[in-house]
Ligand binder design. Structure first.
Ligand code: AKG
Ligand code: FE2
Length: 224
């Protein structure tokens, strides 16, 4: 399912992740893996819920998206649950963080599906409850001008940092992944710019030993 970066590249990826709180992992999902996960996502989307609200604990930033929480995914897609616990994947994440990485216990937040599919759909500004977000792209708008970009601000957790000098916007393609230091890095997904484009991701959350438990109510509002 995965095409892992070669061991020789991991030290430079680790340094980049440590400097920016973000590292891109192009083509992390193999072509076969992408076909499998995209078809799982299409099936799961039938059970997903449309969300349109502002997140009170994240400065009222907007959520316009369709989501499915991890507890529902675990029920319907053993493939995704197995992938979340992949030992080689967790070894890669440990090497990028430079310390041990463990699965999140919370069944809702450990792996979630986020679908942006209407013009204006956005996953507004926030930080995550857990330190690591591995985001896998199953669908993505073809051009940066179509929106759906990840925006983040290295080294800043305050949500005002988005849009401020130093914030970065990144475009990804289907099959790409990225790793984000998501509890300490303000981030959002920019609004989709036109009809007909879709952005579907799986977000795998990971943590470090001894650190379990949500720090905000955001996941329960977005995924329950
Ligand atoms: O879709 C993305 O790129 C970010 C997802 C995210 O921030 C989240 O699920 O917490
Ligand atoms: Fe996030």
């Amino acid at each position: 399912m995965f095409s892992f970066p070669l061991p020789a590249r991991r030290e430079s990826l680790r340094r980049r992740f440590s400097d920016d709180g973000y590292v891109t992992l192009p083509r992390l999902v193999s072509p076969v893996g992408l076909a499998t996960l995209a078809s799982e996502a299409r099936r799961l989307e039938a059970d997903a819920a449309r969300r349109d609200f502002r997140m009170p604990c994240m400065a009222d930033s907007p959520r316009h998206m369709t989501t499915l929480g991890g507890h529902r995914i675990a029920h319907a897609s053993p493939v995704i649950t197995r992938l979340y616990e992949d030992r080689d994947l967790m070894r890669l994440l440990s090497s990028l963080l430079g310390e041990a990485v463990v699965a999140v216990h919370d069944p809702v937040e450990r792996h979630v599906l986020n679908v942006l599919h209407r013009p204006g759909d956005t996953h507004g500004a926030h930080t995550d409850d857990y330190p690591l977000a591995l985001v896998l792209f199953l669908e993505a708008p073809p051009h940066p001008a179509d929106g759906g970009l990840l925006e983040f601000h290295p080294g800043r957790a305050d949500l005002d940092a988005l849009g401020a000098p130093g914030a970065r916007r990144v475009h990804h393609r289907p099959g790409d992944g990225y790793l984000l230091r998501s509890d300490l890095t303000a981030h959002r997904v920019t609004p989709l710019g036109r009809p007909g484009v879709r952005r579907t991701v799986l977000n795998f959350a990971y943590t470090t030993p001894g650190r379990q438990g949500a720090t905000s109510s955001s996941a329960s509002l977005l995924y329950d």
